[in-house]
Ligand binder design. Sequence first.
Ligand code: HEC
Length: 139
Amino acid sequence: MRGGRAPAWACFVLAALGLAMRAVAAEAPPTVSTPEQIQAGAVLYAQKCTGCHSPSLGEGGHGPALKGDYFRSTWGGQSARKLYGMVISTMPADNPGSLSPADALALVAFILNSNGFPAGGTSLGEPADLQDVMIAAEG
Ligand code: HEC
């Protein structure tokens, strides 16, 4: 019996190199509000707040600065919920209680944005949303 020479078959199984999409869990910078809500807050601020506070939110108005070192030292480490509560119950100082919750939220979004919180994808819908937004003491 003749032994045939079997051709050497090499089967290469090409493992498909699935490019695993690695979800990079990047730390997103804290964002607050949408550009629209921040803009609405800026309009309200110009209408109702600049009688006492500086138009630029800095020093120079009759009310305290709403950004910069003074603001940071007053509000740093506090939640934005607290700032909201203060604004809706005491501001504008010449007509407290006149702001609707939506107006006060927009004003808080504007003030926070002016203090370095970038705009994100979601508007502040409920005051409770602000509970977890901590105002950084620096930066
Ligand atoms: C009639 C003047 C007046 C108007 C108008 C006014 N404010 Fe004030 N605001 C003040 C004064 C005075 C203080 C300081 C109050 C205090 O320290 O007890 C203050 C304090 C604040 C603070 C706290 C600042 C801090 O760091 O202590 C915020 C926030 C604020 N105002 C937001 C607003 C917003 C938003 C508006 C517009 C809706 C507004 N204010 C309108 C006079 C005013």
